[in-house]
Write a protein that binds this ligand. Sequence first.
Ligand code: FE2
Ligand code: FE2
Length: 476
Amino acid sequence: MAASFSPGYRGLPQMAGLCTLADAQRSDWSVDESVRRQKHLHYLLRRAYEIFTFRITGEPIYELKMAFSYHGYLCAEQVGAVRKRVGEMREPPLGLDQVPHPGLKHFCDEILAAPSSETLVFGLYEHLIPAIEDISGNLIRDAHPLADSPTVRVARLILSDLAEIQEYGHEALKCLVTDDQRREFEPWAKCLQQCLSAVGGPDGTQLSTGELPAAMFLATPFQFQSEPQRDERFQDPFNAGVNPEAFLYDERFSPRDKTLMMYYKRIRELDVPEMMASILYDLNHEEPWGFHEEMSRQLWDEARHAMMGEVGFASLGLDWTEIPINFTWSRNLNSQLNARERHGVLYFIEQGLMPKTGKRYEWEVGLESGDSLSALFQDFDWADEVLHSQIGRRWYVPRFSSLNEALDYGDDCWSKVMSHWRDDRDQGRTEHRNWWPDLYRQACAGWGVDPDPAALAYDETYEDTRADLKDISMSG
Ligand SMILES: [Fe+2]
Ligand SMILES: [Fe+2]
């Protein structure tokens, strides 16, 4: 929305272009009202971040997992912007942890408890995000354009991020929610509207009806689904029959062949968001906001890494749904370790990626391979991992007396995790089929080269090693 100007000296816009001189003479605004509305905005954005994030692990549809990772991150960034602005408005203590109105809580709790992908998408993109857009749009309209210009700017940036979220959301609604379902959801839509009417609209600027609706989906409160769910395109997810790290560090194999394994490694990172979401859920009230803001960025990076793998497969004309995308790392960590221990494992693994043999090596392999896409992805993957290592130094390491102690803790926690490799096979969850030769042959056909016999014969599993190639044969 462009500001309208009033001409000053030589026709130049006055008021730095914020508004006209007449608009700037409005006097119906105050720090109190600005802060009050921003608290509503903050609450809904934070809850949106939570809902997107807490539903990643249990959401089976891959595309939605990726979108939730992104949208959760965007909301987290905007939570940070609102917190900063409220902090500038002589408000300490900020009181940002309080619920501004029970109707807002009821509204968000209902959406968090949505029992299916379809209801969740409907609740998020048809109700929650529009409510946040409402508050932001009203703020831009009502806040004093000169005196409260920093708030107006924050609201504009929020609207810009939300527009991108909603572009996706509208598409998702079209794809997933049929007209029949929409009719079915009607009573729930009324319930959600009633919550907001009780508040007097999302920002409480209208007359409040007072009355909260009865719980609907909330009657079965949300429980975090720690077992990762995947849609039907994912086959044989317990399969740990191919060890990509051992291939990557084996000097017998060519950089070109290794790019294929690196694309697999990237797409398999899908289980990092599935695991990180559980940390953010468990520590939701135990860690300050800064922790969540940075960790949600990291979670989104990991989702992007998975999509880079998907893109790599597409670039080679390969179908990733033909091979198993293993999920036992996130599954085992979520079920066997507590949140602090899981964070320790994450940090330990990411530290291991820093030395010469880690992310730099993967980038060099990409460069040498002649696959410029692989080189590009590894270039940014490396940069992201350096950031993650810094995030760990800010939010994980300070809990220990030294860096080494922090690392040892993560290593110990990882060693404690039972991989269940043999159980998974013996109890029929997977045969640990070696899927590599078929995939490799297809890639070679695409490259127009004959398979390297040694690479074709590659047959190392995760039975006795973990991803950092540490021997786990003794620890199960
Ligand atoms: Fe990653
Ligand atoms: Fe990472």
